[in-house]
Design a protein around this ligand. Sequence first.
Ligand code: NI
Length: 136
Amino acid sequence: MRVTVSRKAHFNAAHRLYRKDWSDEQNQRVFGKCNNPNFHGHNYELIVSVTGAINPETGYVMDIKDLADIIYEEVETQFDHKNLNLDVPEFKDLNPTAENIVVVIWNKIRKRIDETDDLEVVLYETPRNFVTYKGL
Ligand code: NI
């Protein structure tokens, strides 16, 4: 019997989508207004889900307070009110698309979660645009 526990979180951050090795024209063609040189912001919403067996002693899959602390330390303190391109080392040479952001977040949280549990991260860049990564 495996149960999924989920925690929501959010952060505000700025980014610009572009490749240094592409011309201005190519960046504009592929990334459009997301290539604005002066950056733009999003209110990112996050759903982190951990699936595992219920510990018979505690009745928990994991203490959701611990999950909240992990998200706070690994994501919120490092991404909130930051410029992802300039302030977050992971995106120094990695385009901060929603897809790349969700993989970076998953990798940071994965190392803090019991290895017998599964991890899924859903990242909303806008209320209608979201991406999912399960580590597969
Ligand atoms: Ni954007």
